[in-house]
Design a protein. Structure first.
Length: 379
């Protein structure tokens, strides 16, 4: 009996050891997107991430004007813009009405968990044969900053859940009555807001992309000056405090390039400008280089929402035309929406937004913090 008992114990221990080993090999813990991207081995896994758009090719993810409900992209950050850090998700028919972005554009920025095979989709790291999609409910932390940007946690509370004109009004009331600075103070402010992160002695010029010494500001050829992206003649506000000195649309630009742009509206097409690479212009429109098209669009959208005609201020409106002249309008809306989608928010824009908020005007450009609100207002 003693020998039989000992053998039984040994057999039990061997079986238990084998069972424990097999269990660890088949563990299916939820992965972050970064690990899912590295683990493209066709295994079935659950992945958690934020919805950041809809893939249309291996290197392109759009954040508006979605053509269908068939796919989405997720990332570990809700403001991720680099497709290399995204996982492309195939949406089967049973999940499209609930999770497709054409039907549910408000899902942009939401956290979800998806389960399926980790395998390439759109020739990009992906998840296919999806068997489960779950929207995650996150606990709010009102005392801390907004996740992924530095706005106070309660900054946009009054805009939450709104769309269309109601959203626009709520955002106006949030960013209205900012601290105004003089036009002469703009010089020093731009040296901080547009500082070259690779050379703190320089600023980066908006249209040319050239890094240039901060000390070369002025009005002579090859110096840099203060460009009103919303042309100051569109509403005839000049350089007065308020729209004329609002840092959210003032940028350093090459003097002669600024003169070439003049007060033209924004649209695609024309002939090469010559001095500014990949910039095109004709007699009534200006097309900047691809790297700042979205920046330009979001500055124009900010001006529309910030200046609504109350407190004796101008009512500035974006419209879908060019040749707006001295009227308080700026275009071209359809082109600007296209640019906003093609050139997502980047870290330099976020940093600029933070500096203006913290050090100068104490208001923010909401379309940098929440790019999805462009579609909600101007759909």
């Amino acid at each position: 009996m003693g020998r039989f008992f000992k053998l039984s114990i040994v057999a039990f221990l061997v079986s238990f050891s084998t069972l424990s080993f097999d269990s660890s090999q088949t563990s299916a813990a939820t992965l972050p997107v970064s690990q899912a991207i590295d683990r493209q081995n066709n295994t079935i896994q659950s992945v958690e991430g934020y919805i950041v758009g809809k893939p249309t090719s291996a290197n392109t993810v759009i954040t508006g004007n979605y053509p269908d409900d068939y796919s989405l992209a997720i990332a570990d950050s809700r403001t991720e813009t680099n497709t290399a850090n995204m996982l492309y998700i195939q949406i089967p028919s049973q999940f499209r009405t609930q999770f497709g972005l054409k039907s549910n554009p408000e899902l942009l920025g939401e956290k979800i968990t998806v389960t399926g095979n980790l395998t390439a989709y759109y020739s990009h790291p992906g998840l296919k044969n999806t068997t489960e999609m779950i929207k995650q409910s996150e606990e709010e932390e009102p005392e801390g900053p907004d996740e992924e940007n530095n706005a106070p946690g309660s900054y946009y509370d009054s805009a939450t859940g709104k769309t269309g004109e109601a959203l626009k009004t709520a955002l106006h009331n949030i960013i209205d009555d900012h601290t105004e600075i003089s036009y002469s103070a703009v010089w020093e402010a731009l040296k901080a807001t547009d500082e070259d992160p690779n050379n703190t002695n320089n600023v980066i010029l908006l249209y040319t992309g050239r890094s240039q010494s901060k000390s070369t500001n002025g009005g002579n050829p090859d110096e840099w000056n203060r460009e009103h992206v919303w042309a100051k003649s569109h509403g005839d506000f000049g350089t007065s405090m308020g729209p004329g000195t609002d840092l959210h649309h003032l940028r350093p630009t090459d003097v002669s390039v600024n003169g070439s742009r003049g007060n033209k509206d924004f649209d695609n097409g024309g002939s090469p400008q010559g001095e500014a690479p990949d910039t095109y212009t004709d007699n009534d429109s200006w097309e900047p280089r691809d790297e700042v098209k979205g920046d330009v669009a979001r500055m124009i959208f900010y001006m529309d929402v910030r200046y609504e005609g109350d407190s004796g201020e101008l009512d500035l409106e974006v419209n879908d035309r060019v040749s707006n002249g001295s009227a308080p309008y700026h275009g071209k809306l359809s082109t600007l929406i296209e640019w906003h989608n093609l050139d997502p928010v980047d870290d330099l824009e976020r940093q600029r937004n933070d500096i203006i908020y913290n050090d100068y005007q104490h208001n923010r450009n909401p379309f940098i913090d929440h790019p999805e609100w462009v579609e909600e207002i101007w759909n």
